[in-house]
Write a protein that binds this ligand. Sequence first.
Ligand code: 13P
Length: 257
Amino acid sequence: MIKKPIVAANWKMYKTPQEGVFFISELNNLLLDKEKPSIIFCPPFTSLFHMNEMISDLDISLGAQNVYFEKDGAFTGEISMSMLKSCGVQYVIVGHSERRHIFNESNKDTNKKLHTVLENDIVPILCVGEKLEDRESGNTRMILMEQLKDGLVGINKDMIDRMIIAYEPVWAIGTGVNALPSQVEESHAMIWEILLELYDNNIKNNIPILYGGSVKPDNSEELIRTKGVDGFLIGGASLNLDMFSKIIEIVHNKFMR
Ligand code: 13P
């Protein structure tokens, strides 16, 4: 089965609502009437409401960068799944390396969030990836196994079939140094093997695995041709209209040939 390629933008803590709306309208002008991959924007929470009003006629989806696992309550500064859904969110990034390493989120936290997202019929984009020291000491597989095994506790095979996974090696995020295609291929294969192991070979081969980490127009052609890559999760280059639209075209061309 051919999976529709995905190009997801993680805007992190960049762009005001006005800038977000402007970006989407400009991108739409550039891509109007062109066939595209699935495009998902994950802007800051403050932009979701306005961007949702904007994209209702466009072939673009909205994602959030985070969610809290409780339904509601006295949790100052957090955001709930129902709040996100009411802003049109269809995807939520869970376990991003910045959440793990700056905000000390554990695999257990990630797991609680995954359950919340899936129980709300929203698609989680689960991020996994090793730090440089893990790679250099040959522990990439062990880290991926830990993040997947502990992150997926209680997630049954029907639930896993509704997820997206993003391989984002921490050392490639925001550094300008992308993982080499051979490293990406190897890690994506590892992720797939680990999933098969965890689910006794009992999962469908349609879980998209995205690559993220310094994806730019000039490396995206090579990376999207890499075996096991179903699309990208993009930080820096997704903030720039020219770069982001070029990557979209490159991904589209690869899959349509
Ligand atoms: P960069 O594309 O800026 O390296 O960020 C990747 C990322 O963290 C996407 O979630």
